[in-house]
Design a protein around this ligand. Structure first.
Ligand code: PMP
Ligand code: GLN
Length: 397
């Protein structure tokens, strides 16, 4: 990796995010972009109309630092409705510029330099940068694909419980958990979450959970916030955002919920990052959070059908598909089509098939661990997925 002049040593090596790079590649080559994770259709009209109405009504100046009250109340109602978690909107909920800022502010607020943050490897790309900005160190616990034992069952990503136990040490400050997990699509099980909860308590470690895909869970798997496990509500900050759930990724309205003293610490850091953002989008996301249960159920079943549509093309084209239990990403093992290095594979895919995917190696602490994996986003129109499917079939099938 080339050294960038002027850039502080904390950020050397981070370069341009893979998502910007792959979206630029799609634009340059005219390939179908199944790389960066964003939907190609707008979310519910009730939500976008609420934003338009707010702009027209003059909701255009700085909102209050913690976020507008109506949105904090709507987040509290949502957490109670779906997860049976109770938060005081006045002191236990903070609105942020997307989940990204919630995570960055949390890391900056809670990590002393030299502190360790336990993560499951691979991680979403902002984690490594966020930990580096905070002067911390990531301690990765590898998620490995486990072969299905029964025919027809799909491969799951699993971790070695002993490796997780060994990751905790006196320097551990935080455990940062993403479930449903990007990029693998793993939904952490009750047993796994119980072990995580036990270790956080045994080592007096705080937990931060990234739950942006909380409503994108398939096949009867269930999302369970870590904060719902005994002893965890008092030591967990739960992060989410409206980007994925309501298909408005460009609005960047997120939130963090947790005990008042932890939220106060995060608010202190957050004030000096963006102070506030998205005044007219905040009441609109409140409308989204109050949509009927049916909206959330249909959203998940629609995405599950899209997963299956793209998955069947990928399988037919000869890829081994590691079918996700949640999120809107499918992972393939490129060795099944005779490829060895995912960066080479993804860079040549636009020319070879007219499709863009993301090399999963970039999400790993040691890129060699993901060298044979590529990630496809299926939050796209059925026509686009079908077109991409035919292109992949023509190139590989
Ligand atoms: N965490 C994960 C796991 C993600 O995939 C994303 C991308 N949506 C984010 C955080 C960032 O969310 P936001 O766009 O709300 O900042
Ligand atoms: N979360 C999206 C993904 O994983 C991308 C968001 C971004 O571009 N930063 O593809």
């Amino acid at each position: 990796m080339t050294r960038l002049p002027f850039l502080t040593s904390r950020l050397q090596g981070f370069g341009t995010t893979i998502f910007a790079e792959m979206s630029a590649l799609a634009a340059r080559t005219g390939a179908l972009n199944l790389g960066q994770g964003f939907p190609d259709t707008d979310g519910p009209t009730a939500v976008s109309e609420a934003a338009i109405a707010a702009i027209r009504a003059g909701v255009n100046q700085y909102p209050p630092g913690p976020g507008i009250e109506d949105l904090r109340v709507a987040v509290a109602e949502h957490q109670a409705r779906f997860w049976n978690l109770s938060f005081d909107p006045a002191s236990e909920i903070l609105v942020t510029a997307g989940a990204t800022e919630a995570l960055a502010a949390t890391l900056l607020a809670l990590c002393e330099s030299g502190d360790e943050v336990v993560v499951f490897d691979p991680t979403y790309d902002s984690y490594a940068a966020g930990v580096a900005l905070a002067g911390g160190r990531m301690r990765g616990v590898l998620l490995r694909p486990e072969e299905a034992t029964t025919p027809g069952a799909h491969t799951r990503f699993v971790f070695d419980p002993d490796e997780l136990r060994r990751a905790f040490n006196p320097k551990t400050r935080l455990l940062l958990l993403n479930t449903p997990h990007n990029p693998t699509g793993k939904v952490f099980t009750t047993e796994e979450l119980e072990l995580i909860a036990e270790l956080c308590q045994e080592h007096d470690v705080l937990a931060v959970t990234d739950e942006v895909y909380e409503h994108l869970v398939f096949d009867g798997h269930a999302h369970q916030p870590l904060a719902t496990f005994p002893g965890m509500a008092e030591r967990t900050l739960t992060v989410s955002s409206g980007g994925k759930t309501f298909s408005f990724t460009g609005w960047k309205i997120g939130w963090v919920c947790g005990p008042a003293p932890l939220v106060a610490a995060v608010r202190t850091a957050k004030q000096f990052l963006t102070f506030v953002n998205g005044a007219p989008f905040q009441p609109a996301i409140a409308v989204g959070l109050r949509l009927a249960d049916e909206y959330f159920a249909t959203f998940a079943s629609d995405l599950q059908a899209k997963r299956d549509l793209l998955g069947s093309f990928l399988t037919e084209a000869g890829f081994e598909v590691l079918s996700p239990e949640g999120t809107y990403f499918a992972t393939v093992d490129i060795r099944s089509v005779g490829a060895a290095d995912t960066v080479d594979f993804c860079l040549s895919l636009p020319e070879r098939a007219g499709v863009v995917a993301v090399p999963s190696s970039v999400f790993y602490q040691d890129p060699r661990d993901g060298r044979h994996l590529a990630r496809f986003c299926f939050a796209k129109k059925d026509t686009v997925l079908t077109d991409a499917g035919h292109r992949l079939l023509a190139a590989f099938g």
